[in-house]
Every structure is written in structure tokens, then in C-alpha cells.
Design a protein. Structure first.
Lengths: 381, 338
């Protein structure tokens, strides 16, 4: 992907492609899409009957048609917002065969548990510096543990982040992270923690990363899962590590269904978890009619409907984040005042992004520093 | 208040004849040994590392770097122990903490307004325009800000003096104060490590560290350890994750490094490329010389038989009142026609 400053640069490229075909595409060394201000020009080279852009932006047509501008070249120009990050794939139709593929002209990829998407970003989007590895900073460590769960009747892997200079003589807050192995792999959670702790933006903290083999069921407001967290995982952590006491030092983090699991667990065990970090929570509800999101949402919708009818205070502080390109933004906006009316200190941070790991990574600094403000102003090491 | 470029950086009476080194962070690029050798600062080395809090005893990396043992005052555990034995002392310090927070809140109300006004005016002024009506308004705006800083610092000084005078009567501190006093009286160089600047200052006051120090001993402090040696402790961060990032006066320092304001981690914590921010900070803190100290950098007084001037070590920065930052390519006397 490349950024251009010249006005009408995209028109010039379009004209060149129309005249010269694939050679003009190859001549753009920085690849495609080419971003000029708030416009992005995509290209596809190859034999096809139709080419479409799939971008999963809520509110827009999810498949936008490319136009053939040369016998073997297709282009599409779209608008990109200033700080936007858009993940996409190309749908190429040839002789009735539909292929969904990453953009071969774009090296910029975002990985997730299901593979990778191509990415286009607006002119103001910058990958956060605090998510990049900095070997000059002190490094925490990640321990691997197995938790034999009586509740689930199996063994659960845990990855436990210990901050740099962890000492048994000191006590730490505990953050429990749903889909934690994915947070480590796809959201760079360890790098973020190392950086923010080193910068004194958050205090040294222990993070227990848990992963469910069946998250669709277990994270969907599941009582066994809540019990697993409160009665098995937390006691294990309290036995094995030096933790600060009290709900203000117990936090839950999760994205999507993981956010539902976090909220549900806190409500099931009042006064145990004082802080919640809920990213792109799947807090779907139905004030009227069916929810239309398929059976995997049935338990979630029942839970959220119940909560909306009879709300209570799940925690002292709740940080919500959600992308404006997600349909879930509606539910998250709706949850904010509901929480605030219960006396929760709650904020919602929105971003021009979608339901993906890099969006969740990019909001980690906001959420962690709000929930666990560090001694930034007072410590100069 | 004089509105002029500061080039003095002269020492006050308390520090005449004493060698003092203020250093930047020592974790990534330790330079302390070289600075001590270069300035002729000799042992025995006595260490106060109370800013490290519960890690105060972990001096292995420091001793390895220095190639010699240090005598650790152990001010952190000594204070914790005193608080356990003397509840009145603990309550006295807790009360001070609460009052400090309230004073800080009061200070912030005016500080954010004064800084906003200054930034607004600086954005409007056109120095090259002979008819610039905004320029003359800057002088009183800076004066108001400096007056506010001075007022806040005076109130904290008063609170500190009352508190630490009362604390000095505590029997729970006496044995450790005496023990530390003996070490300090025999010190060749006092080393002051960084960490939590407030805790470091408090513990040094509680155990009367500067009062007990051998008058001819050198002093080398890094990061927070450098900040507490100056006239006033300035807390700063231009882009914190939350809040406005307005630098503030925390309270008085020990004034041994007179005429200097030390800003460790400057490149990380400050937008040094933002000339307006640099100019505001530098002019606000004038006549103090504002020094940026990144990893391993230093500013030294008395290193070259000249006990009255500060000398910037290689790389150390001087934040000038025009908003630029002068970086020393080699040892440079502060104010020497940069």
C-alpha cells in the first residue's frame, strides 16, 4: 500500500492503467491500494469475469464492484476515513467460480485465528509505537501452566504474564484475559504490557491468559465458565502468585464473545471483579422481534435482554471499546448509559476500525491505562 | 521577573566546592562509572535508592557496573519499620500526603488555565510584525505562570517543613538516622538512584540525608536522583495516555544542584521537536537552566576545577527559551555561547 500526496495522483494512475494495462500497475512500486488523501485506489490484474472488494464495514455494501479498465486490469476507488483501518479480501469470479483471496498487490496484512486479511489504512492511521517490540525495555515473561478443571472435566492451558522484575515480595493486580493466547499472538499483548509498564503508564501487573476450546458455547453467558473463572482460575492464581487483594485488583478482559463472558462472570460473582475491559462486546439484544444473528447468539441475547430488564452494577470501572465499522457499535453505545446509571464509572472509546485483533490491540493502551493508571508522573528510573 | 535567556547555572552557597553530577537513566546505557572517574568522584560510595522502594536492596547490577561495593543506606525498609513502630509518625506522613494531593488539585485549577492562555497567545503572536499586539502580553502571562509555580512551591515547602520538623521528633527514626549519619559522614560520594521521586525525597528528608552528608563529599544522582538535587522538582510528560500533559512543580528539591532543572527521559517524555512547548517550559522555569538528560547523559558541576559552572556532557540537551534544544557534541559549559 502506498500513500501519495499529489492531488489527482489517482486520476493519473487510473488513466495510465487504462492506456498501458498491467505494465502501469507494475510501475507503481509501492503497490496497491494507492491512498491519496481520503481516496484509495485498488487494482487487480488477471483474467476474471467479476472482481469485488469485501470489507465488512457495517452500513456499506459489503461487496463493491471493481471496474474493468483494461482487458486484464480491474480498478476500484473508494473513500477512506482519516484514521481508518479497513481489512478486506478480494472476491474474484472466473467461469462461475468464486475465490476469496488476499490482495496480491498489497503486502500489508492483518492476521487472525482464521488466517489473514489485506489492510488499507487512512492517511492518519499509524500503527501504535507502544505495540512494537522494544528490546531496550525490560521484558516480562510468559509462563505456561495447565489448570485441571473439575467444572469442565478437562485440562485448560494458561499463559501467565509476569511483569519485568516480578518479585514474590511485592504484590500485583490480576487481569484475566479471555482468548488470551490469541491476545498474545494477534494483539501483541506481551509487547504492549512490557512497553506500558516500562513507561510507567500502568503498574506492574499479572495477566492470566485463558483460552477456551469451545468459546462460542462457553463464552456465551455460560454459568460453568463464570464459575471456572471465579472458583478455579482465580484461586489458582492467588495460591501461586503474589497478588494484591480486593476487587479493585481483579479485572476481566475480553473481546467479542470474550467481552460477554467477562461481563457475565462479573455479574455472576458480584464484588469479585472491580474492573472490566470489554472490547467489541457481542452485547446483542432484542427489544422487539428476533435477533437474526443465528443460534450461536441465542444465549447471549437472552443474557443481555435479562440484564437490560434488571440491570445491576457489575464492577466499579468499565472500559468499552468498539469499532464504528462493526454492527456491534449499536449495542455497545447502548450499554454505556445503562452501566453509568448503575453507578459504574464507564467510558466507550470508538475507532474507525472493525471487528478484528488489530483494532483490539490499538485500544489496549487506552483501556489499560484507564483501568490501571500507572505512576507515570512520579517515577523516573 | 526578568524575562531573559538563562546562561548562569551558577551554584548556590550550599554547593560551592562540591562536585555534583546529574545523570539521565542508567538502565539501558550505564555511564555512572565513567562520569565518576572523569569528574574525580571517589569512594567510599554511599547509596540512597529509596526511590526503588521494595527493590532498594537490589544493588547487584549497580555494583557490577561500578566494579565496587556500595554502602546502601536502606532508607526504604527503615522507614517502613518506623511506620510500624510509630503510628503517629505514619499518620503524620499520611496526612502530609493528603494535604499534598489537595494542594496539587488547587494548583491544577489555575495551572491548566494559565498554560492554555499562554499557548493561545503564543499561537497568535507574530514576532516579525512590528505591530504585533500579542507579543507584549506574553511577558505578564509568563510572569503569572511563574508566580503560580512559586506560590505552589512555597505552600508545599511550608507543609514539608512543618511535617519533617515534627517527624524528626520520632524516636522510631532515631537509630536509623544515626546509623545513616555515620555512613554519610564518611562518604566520598553519595549516589542517589532514580525511581519514585516523591518517595525518594521524603525518605531523604526523614533520615536527614543531606544534612548528615560529609561536606566535601561529591554527589551523583540519576533520573529521580538528579531531580531531587535541584531547586524544584518538576514533573513532566507531554503526551501521557490520559490528561493534558502539563508540566508541574511537585515541590522543592534539596537545592544542592542550584540553577538547574533536570529532565530525565526527556526524549521519551517531551515533544522536544515542538518548539512552542519547549519555549513555554524553558521560559516558565527561567532563570533555571533546563537540561534534557536521556540515557547515560550527564551535566556536571566542578568537573574541571571550576566549581561554579555546570558542564553538559556529550549528548545532553539544553532547552532554550527560543524553543530549540541545544545538544552538546562534547563537554560544554552551560551558557557558553550556544
Amino acid at each position: 500500500m502506498s500513500q501519495l500526496a499529489e492531488h489527482d495522483a489517482l486520476d493519473a494512475i487510473q488513466q495510465k492503467i487504462a492506456a498501458e494495462g498491467p505494465a502501469a500497475v507494475e510501475a507503481v512500486e509501492s503497490g496497491f491500494p494507492v491512498v491519496d488523501g481520503n481516496r484509495a485506489l485498488f487494482a487487480f490484474v488477471g483474467r476474471a469475469d467479476e472482481v469485488r472488494l469485501h470489507h465488512w464495514i457495517f452500513g456499506l455494501e459489503s461487496a463493491q464492484e471493481f471496474h474493468r479498465v483494461h482487458p486484464e486490469v480491474w480498478t476500484l476507488e473508494i473513500e477512506v476515513q482519516e484514521a481508518a483501518r479497513v481489512e478486506y479480501k478480494l472476491e474474484v469470479v472466473t467461469a462461475g467460480q468464486h475465490r476469496l483471496m488476499r490482495d496480491p498487490l498489497n503486502d500489508q496484512l492483518a492476521r487472525d485465528p482464521f488466517g489473514a486479511n489485506s489492510v488499507v489504512t487512512g492517511p492518519a492511521y499509524v500503527e501504535p509505537w507502544w505495540a512494537l517490540e522494544d528490546r531496550a525495555k525490560r521484558q516480562g515473561e510468559v509462563l505456561e501452566r495447565q489448570l485441571k478443571s473439575d467444572i469442565f472435566g478437562d485440562v485448560r492451558p494458561l499463559s501467565i504474564y509476569l511483569p519485568p522484575r516480578y518479585r514474590e515480595t511485592r504484590r500485583y493486580p490480576l487481569l484475566i484475559c479471555h482468548d488470551g493466547l490469541d491476545y498474545l499472538e494477534f494483539a501483541g499483548l506481551k509487547r504492549v504490557l512490557d512497553n506500558l509498564i516500562d513507561l510507567q503508564e500502568i503498574p506492574p501487573i499479572i495477566v492470566c491468559c485463558t483460552q477456551s476450546p469451545n468459546r462460542i458455547e462457553e463464552y456465551a453467558a455460560n454459568e460453568r465458565h463464570a464459575k471456572f473463572i471465579a472458583d478455579e482460575l482465580v484461586p489458582l492464581m492467588e495460591d501461586e502468585f503474589s497478588l494484591l487483594d480486593g476487587p479493585s485488583n481483579r479485572a476481566l478482559l475480553g473481546a467479542s464473545f470474550g467481552a460477554v463472558a467477562s461481563l457475565h462472570t462479573a455479574l455472576q460473582f458480584p464484588d469479585r471483579f472491580g474492573k472490566l475491559f470489554l472490547q467489541s462486546g457481542s452485547f446483542a439484544f432484542t427489544d422487539i422481534g428476533p435477533h437474526g444473528r443465528g443460534p450461536v447468539f441465542d444465549d447471549v441475547v437472552r443474557f443481555v435482554n435479562r440484564y437490560r430488564r434488571n440491570p445491576s452494577k457489575p464492577a466499579t470501572r468499565v472500559f468499552l471499546s468498539c469499532g464504528t465499522y462493526e454492527s456491534l457499535i449499536v449495542y455497545n453505545r447502548s450499554l454505556l448509559p445503562l452501566l453509568q446509571r448503575q453507578g459504574v464509572e464507564a467510558v466507550l472509546v470508538e475507532s474507525q476500525d472493525g471487528h478484528n485483533w488489530e483494532n483490539w490491540r490499538d485500544r489496549l493502551r487506552d483501556g489499560l491505562t484507564w483501568l490501571f493508571p500507572g505512576p507515570l508522573w512520579m517515577v523516573y528510573e | 521577573m526578568v524575562e531573559s535567556e538563562n546562561v548562569s547555572g551558577r551554584t548556590g552557597p550550599a554547593s560551592v566546592g562540591r562536585k555534583i553530577a546529574l545523570l539521565g537513566p542508567q538502565h539501558a546505557k550505564p555511564t555512572l562509572r565513567g562520569v565518576l572517574d572523569g569528574a574525580g568522584m571517589e569512594g567510599p560510595f554511599v547509596l540512597v535508592a529509596a526511590g526503588w522502594e521494595e527493590r532498594e536492596a537490589e544493588t547487584g547490577a549497580l555494583e557490577s557496573h561500578l566494579g565496587t561495593e556500595v554502602q546502601n543506606l536502606g532508607a526504604w525498609p527503615a522507614c517502613e519499620s518506623a511506620f510500624e513502630r510509630d503510628v503517629k509518625l505514619r499518620d503524620l506522613m499520611f496526612s502530609r500526603y493528603d494535604r499534598m494531593r489537595e494542594l496539587s488539585r488547587i494548583y491544577h485549577v489555575r495551572l491548566s488555565a494559565e498554560l492554555a492562555a499562554l499557548r493561545d497567545l503564543l499561537g497568535r503572536t507574530k514576532p516579525s510584525d512590528p505591530d504585533d499586539l500579542v507579543g507584549p502580553a506574553l511577558v505578564p502571562a509568563f510572569e503569572a505562570l511563574r508566580e503560580l509555580d512559586a506560590h505552589h512551591c512555597a505552600r508545599v515547602t511550608e507543609l514539608n517543613d512543618e511535617t519533617f520538623a515534627a517527624a524528626a521528633k520520632s524516636e522510631a527514626l532515631k537509630a536509623d538516622t544515626d546509623r545513616m549519619g555515620e555512613l554519610l559522614a564518611g562518604a566520598g560520594t553519595l549516589l542517589i538512584a532514580g525511581g519514585h521521586v516523591g518517595i525518594l525525597y521524603n525518605r531523604m528528608r526523614l533520615f536527614q540525608v543531606t544534612e548528615s552528608l560529609n561536606p566535601s563529599a561529591s554527589i551523583a544522582g540519576w533520573s529521580a536522583g538528579a531531580m531531587v538535587l535541584t531547586d524544584r522538582i518538576v514533573l513532566f510528560h507531554d503526551s501521557p495516555p490520559r490528561g493534558a500533559g502539563d508540566a508541574e512543580i511537585h515541590g522543592p528539591g534539596f537545592g544542592l544542584a542550584h540553577g538547574i532543572t533536570a529532565l530525565p527521559h526527556a526524549s521519551t517524555r517531551l515533544k522536544l521537536e515542538d518548539e512552542a512547548r519547549v519555549a513555554i517550559l524553558s521560559r516558565r522555569l527561567a532563570p533555571s537552566t533546563v537540561v534534557a538528560l536521556d540515557d547515560g547523559q550527564a551535566v556536571i558541576q566542578g568537573a574541571n576545577a571550576d566549581s561554579t559552572h555546570w558542564s553538559l556532557g556529550e549528548g545532553a540537551g539544553w532547552l532554550r527559551t527560543d524553543g530549540s534544544t541545544f545538544r552538546a557534541e562534547a563537554a560544554t559549559a552551560v551558557g557558553a555561547s550556544q
